[in-house]
Design a protein around this ligand. Structure first.
Ligand code: SF4
Length: 223
């Protein structure tokens, strides 16, 4: 791809956003939750696991544990059993317990609304904090970079970075802040429905004319 000026990239990204907005007008977080605490727990569980599986697990989990104190006081074994099918359940159970203990000790059991306070909780990284802030509180503090966002950003020629933190910083300079939360939903939805990790469906892609298809070796129309 010939070198693209920042102006040209910004103009192209505007069109990409418009195309994805048209394609996925209802894009949203696909984890089920009814309050910030539930979203925080669901996001911790979603590491290396599908949202569908997490939703199956949390449908039961959230009936049994309703408050941060409930999770903090749960026995580690009970919690591990309840979340086992999401994988990495020992680490996840520890993270949930320590994070909920911190919520009880420092925030009266409430989920705080800033990146700084959220990432001070045990087991909560920047990505989890971005999910909670953007979706539970409508605060655009950053851009969630998961495997779909990383892959699509590279294919679309928006970044060459591999590291999630660097990708996020680059995207934040390109995407208008008011779109940060939705931008990751649009890329995640497109990654799940069209721009698959293997064999992306470029022939039917709604933003094909805006995509340099960096790293995609298949000719358009080959799947
Ligand atoms: S054209 Fe292909 S690589 Fe580019 S976004 Fe669409 S599906 Fe992905």
């Amino acid at each position: 791809m010939p070198r693209e000026s920042t102006e040209a990239k910004t103009a192209r990204i505007k069109k990409i956003i418009a195309g994805l907005k048209r394609t996925y007008p209802d894009a949203h977080c696909e984890l089920n939750y009814s309050n910030p605490l539930e979203l925080l727990i669901a996001t911790i569980l979603s590491a290396q696991c599908t949202d569908k599986r997490v939703n199956l697990v949390t449908a039961e989990l959230f009936k049994k544990y309703r408050t941060a104190a409930d999770f903090a006081n749960a026995s580690l074994e009970d919690l591990e059993q309840a979340i086992k099918s999401t994988g990495f359940f020992r680490n996840k159970a520890k993270s949930i317990k320590s994070c909920c203990q911190a919520l009880v000790d420092r925030h009266s059991g409430e989920v705080p609304r800033t990146m700084e306070l959220l990432t001070e909780l045990g087991g909560v990284g920047r990505k989890t904090a971005n999910v909670v802030l953007g979706n539970a509180f409508n605060v655009n503090t950053g851009i969630v970079v998961d495997t779909h966002v990383a892959r699509l950003s590279q294919r679309l020629g928006l970044t060459k970075a591999e590291d999630a933190g660097k990708i996020e910083q680059e995207l934040m300079t390109l995407v208008p802040q008011k779109e940060w939360t939705l931008f990751s939903h649009w890329l995640i939805w497109h990654g799940r429905r069209r721009c698959y990790a293997r064999n992306p469906d470029c022939a039917n892609c709604e933003i094909l004319n805006l995509c340099p298809r960096i790293g995609v070796k298949l000719p358009v129309g080959t799947r």
